[in-house]
Design a protein. Structure first.
Length: 350
């Protein structure tokens, strides 16, 4: 389904489409004065680095990059050799939404596993890894999970702990794609480090939660960070004017903005889910744990509803759609959207 990007004006399409938080814009404005040494040798990057250590541990090493795909690609390239492979859920961002970049740039094979709720389990991993071990197959070396998953489900600490134990027993590296880690941490009532569980590598994002651009690769196992400063340049992820990414993370981590914004987005998704059920009888396909609502509506309603509200079908044939909330989603938008949904369900188009 194609959408006119300038119409409709009201959106539940993606938290990527949300505006930049005023505190982040103010931080960028403060950083935009005078000259500063490029490539990270500036005060903003030094201060941001200290904040990352506060969040993720004194032994962690953080490298700021342009985007989430870059963080994921750099993570795979740092930990894997060309004959090695990464196991992930079939719905994982690295498998579905990165246009083959992990395989092309990191040069490693992906081994996806079907997972109904987007979560990998020890049983699924054991079944998938059983056939491997000879020279005719890529050798599994990493397990990559998304926290939260692309279906909006959240790994509990026990679930991530079990995956970490499995990885340690098999000599595997555990990578967490945390593009929305802040939302997962709020849902779990934990800090960011706890939400990542026993990860060795973490792709950490803020763009979906009020930042303008710029993500981070956090090495929670510092042994994996050897050569990472060279690797970041090699995979095209070193920003010359790095102070503008770093300044955003000063506001995001130092002022608790990550938690405030994620709490607003998560609450908006819960309100949207409740209103859709109350007004239109629409139930969700997966638990609403973070800021995404996955619902099934009649296929015939997807197109007329999207004339007024921009959102993405997740599985159009099955009538499964995704409605994303963000830090700036307003209650009035939720009420108007669910009113339109209920109206169309009462009087469907011919």
């Amino acid at each position: 389904m194609k959408f006119e990007r300038d119409n409709p004006p009201r959106w539940f399409a993606s938290d990527n489409n949300a505006s930049v938080h005023p505190a982040v814009m103010a931080a960028l404005e403060r950083a935009n004065r005078g000259h500063a040494v490029g490539y990270g040798d500036d005060p903003w990057t030094t201060r941001a680095g200290a904040l990352f250590k506060e969040c993720f541990g004194a032994s962690s090493e953080t490298f700021l990059v342009w985007n989430g795909t870059g963080a994921n690609v750099m993570a795979l390239a740092a930990a894997l050799r060309p004959w090695e492979a990464v196991v992930c859920a079939e719905t994982a961002h690295i498998n579905v939404d990165e246009t083959g970049a992990p395989e092309r740039i990191a040069g490693v094979k992906l081994l996806p596993i079907p997972a109904d709720d987007g979560k990998l389990t020890r049983a699924l991993l054991e079944e998938r890894l059983a056939p491997f071990g000879d020279i005719h197959h890529s050798l599994p070396r990493m397990v990559s999970v998304s926290q939260p998953t692309e279906l909006g489900t959240v790994y509990t600490p026990d679930e991530l702990g079990a995956l970490g134990e499995f990885c340690r027993g098999r000599g595997l590296v555990l990578h967490v794609d945390g593009a929305r880690l802040a939302n997962a941490a709020v849902a779990l009532g934990t800090g960011l480090r706890e939400a990542a569980g026993p990860a060795d590598l973490l792709s950490f994002g803020g763009t979906k939660n009020g930042l303008m651009y710029g993500e981070a690769l956090v090495f929670l196992d510092p042994a994996l960070a050897a050569g990472a400063s060279f690797l970041r340049k090699n995979v095209l992820q070193l920003a010359s004017k790095l102070r503008y990414i770093s300044a955003q993370y000063e506001a995001y981590l130092g002022e608790g903005l990550w938690k405030e914004n994620a709490a607003k987005a998560n609450a908006a998704a819960r309100a949207l889910s409740a209103a859709a059920l109350r007004k239109a009888g629409v139930e969700t396909a997966f638990p609403v744990e973070v800021n995404g609502v996955f619902a099934r509506i009649p296929r015939a309603l997807i197109e007329p509803l999207s004339r007024e509200w921009f959102f993405y079908p997740w599985d159009e044939a099955a009538g499964l759609v995704r409605w994303m909330c963000s830090w700036d989603t307003e209650g009035a938008e939720i009420e108007a959207f669910t009113d339109d949904l209920a109206r169309l369900l009462r009087t469907p188009p011919r």
